[in-house]
Design a protein around this ligand. Structure first.
Ligand SMILES: NC(=O)c1ccc[n+]([C@@H]2O[C@H](COP(=O)([O-])OP(=O)(O)OC[C@H]3O[C@@H](n4cnc5c(N)ncnc54)[C@H](OP(=O)(O)O)[C@@H]3O)[C@@H](O)[C@H]2O)c1
Length: 238
């Protein structure tokens, strides 16, 4: 972390899934804190819009990197690019994810289950393995989870988010002696493309914008460690 853990000014932070939705909102909030951002997505055109907004908000620098979590080569290329850009990372936010195939998991084709596990679990971990040598002492890793994790009827998404939860908690225990905090954040329902895909009948105006659920992520990156998982909707409420 920077010397004063209450500031993110100049902190080097990777945010995946930053082209839209929650990842973009997190990137913008970090930019307003003066962080140096490495942001990723498959759609680098949309990512450029996030980068422009982040620069206008006062980011200490913004690098856009392509990342396709379906592709191991892309994951390794990102690790190489980050290693060239920075000697250390003070923060990582893993927001990128896919919904994958829907329905009871017994009805989902094995190839579709495998595809969702690859994006939402295997390559998230591959990325963390590649970044492990770069993680600064005191760094924070935020892994975005969901209320759907491990729940029946939530298709490949619920399955893979549950798997990622387990992986995050193992990583948290294994990296504790390196002083790297791994914390899951469940934002609750957010007004994003993903939510609209699951609930097309819903009036988006009734769902919180992603910016409302960013504060716990910022707090973790500033040094907070309230435990392995934060329910963002309850953050700051007593
Ligand atoms: N929305 C909700 O109500 C809600 C609730 C609980 C948890 N969450 C979690 O919050 C996080 C963000 O969700 P969101 O609602 O913001 O989703 P979203 O609007 O669908 O955005 C997903 C992001 O992930 C990126 N992405 C998708 N496929 C990718 C791939 N193969 N490789 C790399 N990046 C990829 C997308 O960019 P490109 O398409 O350009 O690659 C985009 O930036 C997710 O982890 C989700 O599980 C969301």
């Amino acid at each position: 972390m920077p010397e004063d853990a209450a500031t993110l000014d100049g902190a080097r932070v990777l945010v995946t899934g930053a082209s839209r939705g929650y990842g973009a909102a997190i990137a913008r909030a970090l930019a307003a804190e003066g962080a140096y951002l490495i942001i990723t997505a498959t759609d680098t055109g949309r990512l450029a819009s996030t980068a422009k907004a982040c620069r206008a908000l006062g980011a200490g620098g913004v690098e856009c990197c392509s990342l396709d979590l379906a592709d191991a080569t892309s994951v390794d290329a990102l690790t190489d690019a980050i290693t060239t850009l920075v000697p250390r990372l003070e923060g990582v936010v893993l927001s990128a994810a896919i919904l994958g195939a829907r329905g009871p998991i017994a009805d989902i084709a094995p190839a579709d289950i495998e595809a969702a596990i690859t994006v939402n679990v295997t390559h998230q971990l591959r990325l963390m393995q590649g970044l492990a040598p770069l993680m600064a002492s005191g760094a924070g890793v935020v892994i975005i989870t969901s209320g759907a994790a491990s729940k029946p009827g939530r298709g490949a998404y619920g399955l893979t988010k549950g798997m990622l939860d387990v992986a995050a908690d193992v990583l948290r225990a294994e990296w504790a002696d390196r002083d790297v905090r791994v914390i899951r954040v469940n934002p609750g329902p957010l007004r994003t493309d993903m939510r609209a895909a699951v609930h097309p009948e819903e009036d988006p105006a009734t769902v919180p914008p992603p910016s409302e659920r960013v504060p716990p992520v910022i707090a973790v990156l500033k040094g907070a460690d309230p435990g392995p998982c934060i329910q963002a909707a309850e953050w700051g409420l007593s």
